[in-house]
Write a protein that binds this ligand. Sequence first.
Ligand SMILES: *[C@@H]1O[C@H](CO)[C@@H](O)[C@H](O)[C@H]1NC(C)=O
Ligand SMILES: *[C@@H]1O[C@H](CO)[C@@H](O)[C@H](O)[C@H]1NC(C)=O
Ligand SMILES: [Cu+2]
Length: 234
Amino acid sequence: MKLLFSTALAACAAQLASAHYTFGNFIVNGTTTAEWQYVRMTDNHYDNGPVTNVNSPLMKCYETTTAGQTSTATVVAGSTVGFKASNTMGHPGYFDVYMSAASPTAATESAGSGKTWFKIWEWAPKWSKTTGLVFDSANIQQFTFTIPKNTPNGQYLLRGEQIALHLSGTYGGAQLYIACAQINVVGGGSGKPGPLTSFPGAYTGYEPGILINIYNLPANYTGWTSPGTAVWSG
Ligand SMILES: *[C@@H]1O[C@H](CO)[C@@H](O)[C@H](O)[C@H]1NC(C)=O
Ligand SMILES: *[C@@H]1O[C@H](CO)[C@@H](O)[C@H](O)[C@H]1NC(C)=O
Ligand SMILES: [Cu+2]
């Protein structure tokens, strides 16, 4: 009996861990690179769990010590890059990607501190009165996007995020899956990226895109509102 119980418990924990995910593989030049080669190894690399406290310092890159062991990928502005998850992303949610100019280099732990982050891409759910919120992005294993052509050359952190919304009807229920790739942008332009925000700092947790019961929307709901700043498209 005891054995059965702990076996069931272990199976449950394993299932939970496999339902969660990391974004350890950076996709560049049409190639999925090795896990944690260009992505800073995140604190959840064993348990795959999310960040749920939007005020945590882990909101920046979900790590505190792995910058120096991570390589920096050369990326051509205007090209498509992405993140591949450790397994299928079973949770419905909102995806976005932010960049921060990295000083002195992307491999410096303190890069990305302060109000340095701008959003370059998002993948929001669609809404209509008849369908409710529709998550085209559910059950995928990777997400790809374009580095704006006009991004100034230089080193950046590239922060991919999914805000999973299956439990987000109560404060602190949203699950944030986060990872930062270290990149060096070449072939860029003279754009002025903005508006700028910080991580932590971009969210309070009370935004209508973070504190939301997606299965029971308010009767007066009129559509998706993205958390964070507006997208800079170059
Ligand atoms: C991607 O392609 C560019 C242009 O060919 C090259 O300079 C760069 O090193 C490549 N990046 C990686 C990470 O392979
Ligand atoms: C929508 O309904 C909620 C109650 O479900 C209410 O608190 C809120 O003020 C309403 N918003 C608008 C814009 O009417
Ligand atoms: Cu989960």
